[in-house]
Design a binder for this molecule. Structure first.
Ligand code: PMV
Length: 306
């Protein structure tokens, strides 16, 4: 049984989404592949299953697998720690495998379970990464329910509605800084800032407005508009303190060759992304400034049995 799930990019709304603002995420053509089969003991990629080394797989199996021991092997095209959703994709593909081996694949239930697993391992999170990896294509996440609703996910007092977003074919270049910055502390630092500085609360709301406009621009395939919104979103994320000198340098370096650029994901390190038709020049600019360029495409399927 081989299951795959895509990586993702957050195009608009990271961090603001944690405060209930909308956000837009796109599935990209880098996939995690996972095979799962019954075996005498639990093994992952040739090692005994361990809660430390395999936190997501361990949590998925402990919560949602009641059968005999399994061997799980994963092969990833998604650089780990890059902000491209490798932990969501491993969680979704493994849970997809467990479901296929038992009751059969059920996307809303899978997205809900994958979010539970990510939350257990990472702490405070939104369901955006796990939902887009499950659904593919694009998702729009909001605290209000609108058109193209897919499923809703709750945790404590919070509730998110996940919507399908039809994404045009976009040419994007990711610039990975090579720096792994854990999401939790960055989310906490924004929370502290927002609770003490009224300006920061307004920046968060402005990011929410950018996500709403960005979803409309995607539907119209307005690439100029998308680029401008990405630039504005980056400036607001920098004001919230989650950019870094490396991310700012990469965003500046690609400006002459792209329609827009911003950090993507939690920030601090991780990656930025540029919307561009000039993939070669953009990639060279990223490399010259110490980043690793990764060209990606959108409009790809979510979790699936291969
Ligand atoms: O670190 P990533 O790429 O999974 O992005 C996290 C996005 C945040 O909005 C910062 C947190 C979240 O769970 O939504």
């Amino acid at each position: 049984m081989m299951i795959s799930a895509p990586g993702k990019l957050i195009l608009f709304g990271e961090h603001a989404v944690v405060f209930g603002e909308p956000a837009v995420a796109l599935a990209v053509d880098l996939r995690m592949r996972c095979e799962a089969f019954r075996s005498p003991t639990y093994r992952v990629n040739g090692q005994a299953l361990s809660p430390d080394r395999h936190a997501y797989i361990f949590s998925a199996i402990s919560r949602y697998w009641k059968g005999e021991p399994l061997t799980v092997n994963t092969v990833s095209e998604i650089p780990s720690g890059s902000g491209l959703g490798s932990s969501a994709a491993v969680t979704v593909s493994v849970l997809g495998g467990l479901m296929s081996l038992s009751t059969g694949m059920d996307e809303p239930l899978l997205a809900e379970r994958a979010f539970q697993v990510e939350s257990e391992v990472q702490g405070r999170a939104s369901p955006i990464d796990t939902s887009v990896s499950t659904h593919g294509n694009g998702v729009y996440l909001d605290t209000e329910r609108g058109d193209d609703h897919l499923w809703s996910i709750s945790m404590d007092t919070r509730r998110w509605h996940i919507h399908h977003l039809e994404v045009p074919e976009l040419s994007l270049v990711v610039g990975y800084t090579g720096i792994h910055a854990p999401t939790g502390p960055l989310v906490s630092s924004v929370k502290r800032l927002v609770s003490t500085d009224p300006k920061a609360r307004r920046w968060v709301e402005e990011i929410g407005e950018i996500s709403r406009e960005g979803a409309r621009a995607l539907r119209r395939n307005d690439q100029e508009g998308l680029g401008e919104l990405m630039d504005r979103n980056h400036r607001l994320l920098a004001s919230l303190g989650v950019s870094s000198p490396q991310l700012d340098a990469l965003v500046e370096a690609v400006r002459p060759y792209s329609r827009g650029a911003k950090l993507t994901g939690a920030g601090g390190g991780g990656s930025m992304v540029a919307l561009t038709d000039r993939v070669r020049e953009t990639s060279v600019a990223i490399r010259k400034n110490g980043g690793r360029p990764i060209a990606v495409h959108t409009g790809v399927p979510g979790v699936r049995v291969e």
